[in-house]
Design a protein around this ligand. Structure first.
Ligand code: DPP
Ligand code: ZN
Length: 855
């Protein structure tokens, strides 16, 4: 496979200001005729050929300026057409078979409808084109097809015409006036119905909104519509961004590799992020819909109006858009809880990526397959990097920076450097050294010690693949010092660490102050604080920054669990430590000033994936057992209070209000603690919650607990759930995921059985993820001593790779952690990677991930 390098970028030799596409649609056979108006790019080197990318397509005919063209050649998958003058009209015909397109890239069939996915390089599976994000064109799309099979025909922009044809066929034409790269092209044809609404923009324009789904799903679209309207309003108020077409369409599709796609004016979504009603969607699902609807909508500016010059700049649009959707959700749901959730995801997913073989900077330097770089690093760490700029500039100045960025680069394909420069100028910040966050991979490790009002900080950025030596980063940290006697702080200040070590003097520091640092998780770092005994307990009880308070309790738990698991360097626990932990959790249960949403966050024990990050070589089984052991101990120690909490929360009627949602969150947590302590006593309680549930949050929560218990209630509840939701794919996905993620001793047998279940389909990414991602994240199953868990995931990768390489490659990362896992786990994981590497005909996607993981 070829390695593409960021340093090798050259501008396109030819531009395509206009393209017209004609689709003769059929699920078995679709004919595509394209007309490209091409002109020489005066800013590029002259060539006599235009290179048009292709992938698994052939040119059926090639015309140049209206006449058959003989002088074309193939160079690998690409079509080269010679052009003498300064411009030409090129027409190409291709034939597609959407219903055999199992990669779900390009034009494919799903449930009788046809739809497209072009990011990053799917357009070249539809027609030959300079399929790179810096070639921007206006699109005119005419679609023809059977009027019964495809009554609805959608594409980007506005509909400009439609009509009947002979033989029960019809046509529609759409035109998108905004120049866009090919990855934002979209088409949908199918038997769909819409929830319609409208939105009036800040300048008074009326936008027609529609969410298109299968008829049976229409009743589950209101939340998505509400989320869309809130997003449109919020982006006007917060970033000054107004929508720019007369219509905005969203289509839900059941077979989709990603979460959703921001195609201009025609977002295509995984059903998972559109459909929600109380019976079938959890509170978490509601949040997911709101967040992803916002994310894709926000791309209309951060991604579409200003797009990326090349795929190395992916974080330009993704990091920025994730920050925007996080800030939106903070405003909708409450800042503290959302921040804690986002940090938990970052630490459980991005930190391991950053410390493993797949580590890369948020702006990578090379790739073989770009699909592999839609990562938590590019997305979530990318958002954190922008958030640091925002913390240093303050909200208002940051907004000046983003305004300048949008003004300056509207209609362009920009780079991360363009963004940084706009923030520098607009927000009046010096980001010279800060740019290292774009260049260096790895999670910086900061050590902090406070002595006599002086804060001493040191930093170290660990070596990562291809980057043995690192320079110091710019690390902003919000800091407060607390008076041990009064429990109060004298206020917060921002310190910026930009050298390997530095000291900061706090003039008015109380004697023997308690340090609260990286409040609100100002920087995406790991932190080592020299602490006196009792400091963490003090902060867990007194810190006025909700994140810092949460963090202190997490730290206490982490210290305990590492010691329990016998981790190297961990301080041994004694009975007093455990008792103190019990008291701290008891205080969380009793604290009337905490609302249940926050209580729920505080009660969640740190994920094993994050625990593994605390040590160089982790024993995942020991850490998992320690975590379950603490859960059981707390469940027993605080039994009455958990029972009371469960009863109190169960009395709160269903609604989507924050209070009721909080009650549902702590209800299932109480159940989980009780079940860990005493399965026999908790099983009937869980079954009662399951049976009484009038919503999916309670029902799934109860089933999650039951799925892990070797009790008779388990089977009955699983059967009931399966029957109740037969035919509802998203609910059945949960049924798979709950079993694959369960603590049940026979989980491996269960996963094997489920893989043979009539409802399991390897061709549906949601179903595959619900079984195997849930399993790979299940430390107790995946890391089974027999090695069987590793083998199951490797088998899946080999089986799925020829069908859907993009999704298959996503399963490599869990095995790629082998160097950091204690023996015999490390060796067994590596052996499975070697088995995959030895297979013939691996996709570029899987090959790249496996070779990086072994390298
Ligand atoms: N559709 C994916 C996202 O929005 C990739 N652009 O993040
Ligand atoms: Zn995105």
């Amino acid at each position: 496979p070829v390695t593409i390098r960021r340093a090798d970028y050259t501008p396109p030799a030819w531009l395509v200001p206009e393209i017209a596409l004609h689709f003769d649609l059929g699920a078995g056979a679709t004919t595509v005729r394209s007309e490209l108006k091409v002109v020489r790019n005066p800013e590029a080197e002259r060539t006599g050929n235009i290179r048009l990318n292709g992938d698994e397509i052939e040119p059926k005919s090639v015309l140049r300026n209206g006449a058959p063209c003989e002088s074309w050649t193939m160079d690998g998958n690409d079509l080269l057409v010679s052009i003498d003058g300064e411009e030409a009209l090129i027409s190409i015909t291709t034939e597609l078979a959407p219903d055999t397109n199992s990669k779900l890239m390009g034009l494919y069939a799903s449930n009788g409808m046809l739809c497209t996915q072009c990011e990053a390089e799917g357009f070249r599976r539809i027609t030959f084109f300079p399929d790179r994000p810096d070639v921007l064109s206006t699109y005119t799309v005419r679609m023809e097809g059977d009027a019964t099979t495809f009554p609805v025909l959608l594409s980007n922009g506005n509909k400009t015409g439609e009509g009947e044809l002979e033989g029960g066929r019809h046509w529609a034409e759409w035109h998108d006036p905004w120049p866009k790269p090919s990855y934002l092209f979209a088409l949908v044809a199918g038997d769909l119905v819409a929830l319609e609404d409208s939105f009036t923009t800040m300048s008074g324009r009326t936008i027609d909104l529609a969410i298109w789904v299968r008829e049976a799903d229409l009743g589950r679209t209101q939340h998505a519509m509400d989320s869309l309207k809130k997003s449109m309003k919020w982006d006007e108020e917060t970033f000054g961004r107004e929508y720019d077409l007369d219509v905005f369409n969203i289509v839900a599709v059941g077979d989709f590799n990603m979460g959703a796609m921001e195609n201009k004016g025609l977002n295509i979504f995984n059903t998972k992020y559109v459909l929600a009603d109380p019976e079938t969607a959890t509170d978490g699902d509601y949040d997911g819909v709101e967040g992803v609807i916002a994310h894709e909508y926000f791309h209309n500016w951060s991604g579409n109006r200003v797009t990326c010059r090349d795929w190395f700049q992916l974080s330009l649009k993704e990091g920025f858009t994730v920050l925007r959707d996080q800030l939106f959700s903070q405003d909708m749901q409450g800042e503290a809880v959302k921040r804690i959730e986002d940090v938990r995801v970052l630490r459980a997913v991005q930190f391991p990526e950053d410390s493993g073989p797949l580590a890369h900077p948020i702006r990578p330097d090379s790739y073989q397959e770009i699909s592999n770089f839609y990562t938590s690093t590019v997305y979530n760490k990318g958002a954190e990097v922008l958030r640091m700029m925002r913390s240093m500039a303050g909200e208002e100045r940051f907004r000046k920076g983003t305004d300048l960025y949008f003004d300056r680069h509207d209609g362009e394909a920009a780079t991360c450097e363009d963004f940084v420069r706009a923030i520098e100028e607009g927000a009046d910040l010096d980001l010279k050294q800060f740019r290292r966050w774009y260049e260096q991979a790895g999670t910086p490790r900061v050590s902090a010690a406070l002595k006599d009002g002086e804060l001493r900080l040191t930093q170290e950025v660990p070596a990562t693949p291809g980057q043995p030596d690192k320079q110091p980063m710019v690390i902003p940290l919000r800091v407060a010092l607390f008076d041990r006697d009064t429990g109060k702080s004298s206020g917060e200040r921002l310190v910026v660490l930009d050298r390997a070590e530095a000291s900061f003097k706090f003039e008015d520091a109380p004697a023997d102050a308690v340090l609260s640092i990286n409040r609100g998780f100002t920087s995406p770092i790991s932190l080592d604080v020299e602490r006196a005994a009792g400091d963490l307990l003090f902060l867990a009880a007194n810190d006025d920054d909700p994140f810092a308070r949460y963090e202190a309790l997490q730290e206490l738990v982490i210290e305990h669990l590492l010691a329990e698991a016998g981790a190297e360097g961990a301080v041994h626990n004694d009975a007093a430590d455990l008792a103190a932990l019990g008291e701290a959790f008891g205080a969380i249960l009793d604290d009337d000033a905490l609302d249940d949403q926050m209580r729920g966050e505080m009660l969640l024990l740190p994920p094993v994936a994050y625990l593994c990050e605390q040590v160089l070589v982790a024993d995942p089984v020991a850490l998992h057992k320690a975590r379950e052991g603490l859960k059981a101990w707390l469940g027993g120690e605080l039994r009455e209070r958990f029972e009371a909490l469960h009863a109190r929360a169960s009395a709160v009627p269903y609604s989507l209000e924050r209070k009721a949602r909080g009650a549902r969150k702590v209800k299932t947590q109480a159940l989980a603690y009780l079940a860990a302590a005493d399965a026999a006593a908790a099983a009937p309680r869980a079954k009662a919650q399951f049976d009484a549930a009038d919503n999916m949050t309670d029902r799934q929560g109860a089933l999650m607990v039951l799925a892990g218990l070797d009790r008779p209630e388990r089977k009955a509840a699983l059967a009931d759930f399966h029957e109740r939701f037969a035919g509802n794919d998203l609910a059945i996905d949960k049924w798979f995921a709950l079993q694959a993620g369960s603590l049940h001793p026979d989980v491996i047998e269960h996963v094997k059985d489920l893989a043979g279940h009539a409802d399991f389909r390897l061709t549906n990414p949601n179903r595959v993820r619900s079984l195997y991602m849930a399993f790979a994240a299940n430390k107790h199953g995946f890391h089974a001593e027999s090695g069987e868990g590793y083998r199951l995931v490797a088998d899946l990768i080999l089986q799925l790779d020829p069908i859907n390489p993009q999704t298959a490659a996503r399963f490599v990362a869990p095995l790629g952690r082998w160097r950091r896992m204690a023996e015999p786990h490390g060796t067994m994981m590596r052996e499975q990677l070697e088995r995959i590497a030895a297979a013939d005909g691996l996709s570029r996607d899987t090959y790249e991930q496996v070779s990086r993981s072994l390298g």
